[in-house]
Design a protein around this ligand. Sequence first.
Ligand code: ADP
Length: 254
Amino acid sequence: MLLNIKNLTKRFGGLTAVSKVTFGIERGEIIGIFGPNGSGKTTTLSLIAGILKPSSGEIIWKDHDISALTPFQVAQQGLVKTFQNPQLFPELTVAEHMRIACHLHVKRALGVGRLRTLFGKSMTGDLENTLTRKIDQMLELCRLYKHRNDEAGALSYGGEKMLGVAMGMVCDPELLLLDEPASGLGHDEISNLDAVLRDLRTHGVTLCIIDHKVGFLGRLADRSIALHHGAIIASGTTADVLANDAVVTAYLGK
Ligand code: ADP
């Protein structure tokens, strides 16, 4: 098991946002997390990524509990979370954003983590070439290569979200956690996203994706869990989860 979540619980004051959530992810899977708004999906991913600290429970990554690590340390372990709406710099180009996202590599290669290093003289020719190759490869994979010299402010909404995915991919994740990658996208953009995510899996990346829309994720995910009021109400193959009576009721709000 690549990732093993055991009894994960997060309380905000009197509210239990995530309640005793237990599930595992095998290498190479696409896992879906469904649930209506407020059911605890984002909190669960933020706990896994180290952005929030659990109130109790364990997050076991390759046999080690990572629940006390910082987000940067978690990313160094190979678990990377993309954001629903990435915060971009409108005047920087797509390629420049990718370069900033490379700071993990630079820290590993040079032992320093300052952003200035990415644009400074301390970068050796070899590292520079490696980063450029990696950036181009990931932009190709995410169908953004033709936009590499465009300013981020000129991208469509779908392009911005895809740049968020590409920036996550350049950190070399073994497990990529995606927070509502399809929200706000049109039909063609969702088809494009579907194709890119399938390519990422072919590329060896395990994916854990949250969404509250069943169409896109229902087709993509091998297995799923459904959350309601912070607790798992169904798990199994995605088809079984989406056909589960408790899940249907939670979605329809009855
Ligand atoms: P989802 O992603 O399924 O829409 P969230 O994980 O964002 O749900 O939220 C789950 C619950 O936790 C909601 O009731 C939300 O209001 C609450 N919540 C999330 N983050 C915080 C926070 N930082 N402080 C207090 N309550 C929060």
